[in-house]
Design a protein around this ligand. Structure first.
Ligand SMILES: [Fe+2]
Length: 500
């Protein structure tokens, strides 16, 4: 018991300052017997410098000294050090400084010099206790600060491995440890059977297989017990802290090895709570990502299947009428050219391309007799033809991924002057992309052979666009397209195969 007190006392450094060497000698005997570590000085000025240069925990100071009194020594020390615990020694009670001075200088205690220094020894012991408590409080404060600083880091979205590494790195300084590991359930892999994640630091920085070899059955049992009872298990120089999530489910453990775990244990528990929620969060994010990936895969497959289906439908439309074969591809091509002139984004250009390809998909619902009729259509037949934008919109509405294409397909025969179909919309009521498809569609129709007429010359088609600008077509769209048409030869080459 005595030895243990002495060992603890050695952790504290005492400075004795008295201009009478005899007092220092007597005090040394008493302090040495109690196992304290101390230094004695007779010069008060030297003492001030000593405190400035070295770390002392407690100062025993004579009051009446030459060249300066004890209270002046304290005054100077307090200018740079507020933590030093100071006990003032007085030769006689009447010679002690006034109480106000003692309070103002934060002198923690004073006593008269006695033959046996019993009273002083008691004051030193209680001083050391206070210092020890202050040290614990300070350590706790520092630990809490560290936790507060590190918590945002472990909440950042990052792979679970990095989070575990961060947690381990933050834990060690809290308890002055070098060796620790985390063992948690991987809830994202439970179905595959591979459901444990291990991360170690210090001597536990190992691969899972090597780590498993290190684990003895006894320790496994303690880990199990910490998890089942959701309680900290303290072993000799080791501690196992269960990780419990917000739903009070255990998700794993943190194991820490160290010589002095007791002091930091509360901090460790506090930090583990934060660690549990950040691990849980990371898992939830992974689960969401996994589900998202699965959904995206399914969505891509759906899209592919649907594109295949629509492509097949389009081929049927094209196949129905050799005169319109290739028309959809060319409309898509011209529309994209116009979109480029407007500096459209990649996404908008793709939307234009798909709208161009599918703009006439509704013709699949128009009877062959009307589609293939070589004479001029009568009013009833024309009304039937005019239904194709709505039919196309309905076909594409079946799948949500084409929801942006639907209004474009539906409005590709609307006119700026309101004389178009199916709804007779005017100007800005017509989606801008539909106005583009309308110009591309009309232009391609003009330069293609039809059953009832031959293709127009390029110049004639160009003039018809200009004539229709502001009535049938959007002025700005025509303007941009005419500008693009200056490269018509190049464009014609690019789509040459579809013109054949
Ligand atoms: Fe059409």
């Amino acid at each position: 018991m005595r030895r243990s007190t002495n060992r603890v006392n050695l952790d504290y450094k005492i400075l004795i300052v008295d201009d009478e060497p005899g007092i220092i000698d007597s005090l040394s005997v008493v302090l040495k017997r109690s196992g304290y570590q101390f230094v004695g000085l007779t010069d008060p000025l030297e003492a001030i410098e000593k405190v400035r240069e070295e770390k002392y925990d407690l100062l025993i100071l004579d009051y009446l000294m030459y060249p300066i009194h004890g209270d002046k020594v304290v005054e100077r020390i307090r200018e740079f050090n507020n933590e030093l615990y100071i006990l003032l020694l007085t030769g006689h009670k009447d010679l002690a400084p006034p109480l106000e001075t003692i309070k103002a200088l934060e002198i923690q205690g004073y006593c008269e010099k006695g033959d046996r220094f019993d009273q002083l020894l008691l004051l030193v012991e209680s001083g050391i206790k206070s210092i020890s408590q202050m040290r614990t409080i300070k350590k706790f404060q520092e630990g809490l600060n560290k936790i507060l600083q590190s918590v945002p880091k472990i909440y950042q979205l990052q792979p679970i491995d990095n989070i575990l590494e961060d947690i381990l790195a933050e834990i060690l300084p809290l308890v002055n440890s070098k060796n620790a590991f985390i063992l948690i359930d991987d809830i994202t892999r439970i179905s595959s059977g591979n459901n444990s994640i291990f991360k170690g630091i210090g001597k536990y920085k190992k691969k899972v297989a090597d780590f498993m070899e290190m684990l003895d059955p006894e320790l496994m049992e303690f880990i199990g017990s910490a998890r089942i009872n959701k309680k900290v298990v303290k072993l000799d120089k080791k501690v196992i802290i269960p990780l419990i999530n917000e739903y009070l489910q255990d998700i794993g453990i943190i194991f820490v090895e160290g010589d002095d775990l007791e002091d930091g244990l509360k901090l460790l528990e506090l930090y583990s709570n934060q660690a549990s929620s950040s691990i849980n969060n990371a898992f939830l994010h992974s689960l969401v990502n996994i589900k998202n990936d699965e959904l995206n895969k399914t969505y891509d497959q759906l899209r592919e299947t649907y594109m295949d289906t629509i492509e097949a439908l389009r081929m049927v439309v094209d196949a129905k009428d050799i005169y319109t074969r290739g028309h959809s591809d060319r409309v898509a091509y011209f529309a994209v050219k116009i979109g480029e002139a407007f500096d459209f984004s990649k996404e908008e250009l793709e939307l234009l391309r798909i709208s161009g390809i599918f703009h006439d998909v509704g013709k699949i619902g128009t009877s062959d007799d009307i589609l293939f009729k070589s004479q001029k259509l009568n009013e009833k037949e024309y009304e039937e033809i005019k239904k194709h934008p709505l039919k196309g919109a309905r076909i594409l509405s079946a799948v949500s991924m084409f929801k942006e294409v639907v209004p474009i397909v539906k409005c590709h025969h609307e006119r700026i002057d309101g004389k178009g179909y199916p709804e007779g919309l005017t100007k800005d009521e017509i989606p801008f992309l539909a106005r583009i498809i309308s110009v591309a569609d009309a232009f391609d129709a003009m330069i293609s052979d039809r059953r009832y007429r031959s293709r127009l010359k390029f110049e004639e088609a160009r003039n018809q666009l200009i004539q229709g600008s502001g009535t049938q077509f959007d002025v700005e769209v025509v303007e941009k397209f005419i500008h693009q048409l200056s490269d018509f030869e190049q464009m014609a080459k690019e789509v040459a195969s579809t013109f054949e």
